[in-house]
Design a protein around this ligand. Structure first.
Ligand SMILES: N[C@@H](CCC(=O)N[C@@H](CS)C(=O)NCC(=O)O)C(=O)O
Length: 200
């Protein structure tokens, strides 16, 4: 499998899940600095111009949650309730927290005026903090998001929580999240992607 990624982005959740399950993959960096994600060559792989994209023997998959489920099915809980809770957390990260984060740098998706960009950017710390308060209240994070077992939600969560500092949120206000992120950053899978320069 070939994983198209850019360092620090949500695509690294897929790399963590692949490392966690010892699944071989080829990592192909998409150069955001030169806008390669919007170029013709990459758009032939993912017409949305976003990462991740995973090339599989059957074809290409996009959207982090879907890519994760294909890449590392062993990280989906057997229990139906726990599996649904895992997806609940991942859909929240995808549809609410990632979108709140994107308002800092990607305001042009929603508006055209500089004043609108400034306004959206100013709102990011509060929106991300609200998301943190919700997560802190809703999930065990002991030692993993759902409790004992590392699931796909942990790969996803580790990357999103890593954005908080840059988004102006002090994670130490959320003791469970803070301890969780420190713990995840000592996991061999996360250390492996760091060693490959995919996450700092
Ligand atoms: N809904 C997509 C969003 C992917 C996404 O927005 N990725 C960002 C990086 S975190 C990206 O590729 N941005 C490039 C751009 O906006 O030009 C998913 O969950 O996979």
């Amino acid at each position: 499998m070939k994983l198209h990624y850019s360092p620090g982005t949500i695509s690294i959740a897929v790399a963590i899940a692949l490392e966690e399950t010892d699944t071989p993959y080829e990592a192909i960096r998409v150069d955001f600095a030169s806008g390669a994600q919007q170029g013709e060559a990459y758009r032939a792989i993912n017409p949305k111009g976003r990462v991740p994209a995973l090339e599989t023997p059957q074809g290409i998959i996009t959207e982090t949650g879907a890519v994760l489920e294909y890449a590392a099915p062993a990280l989906v809980p057997d229990d139906a309730y726990q599996a649904a809770r895992m997806r609940e957390a991942m859909y929240y990260l995808a549809s609410t927290m990632h979108v709140a984060h994107a308002h800092k740098m990607r305001g042009h998706r929603w508006a055209d005026e500089q004043s609108s960009f400034d306004d959206m950017k100013a709102k990011v710390p509060q929106n991300m903090a609200d998301c943190c308060a919700y997560l802190e209240d809703q999930y065990p994070f002991d030692p993993c998001v759902l409790g004992d077992d590392f699931t796909l939600a942990d790969a996803y969560m580790t990357v999103v929580l890593g954005w908080l500092e840059g988004d102006g949120v002090d994670i130490t206000i959320y003791p469970k999240l803070a301890a969780y992120l420190i713990r995840m950053r000592t996991r061999p899978s996360v250390l492996a992607v760091m060693a490959k320069g995919m996450l700092s």
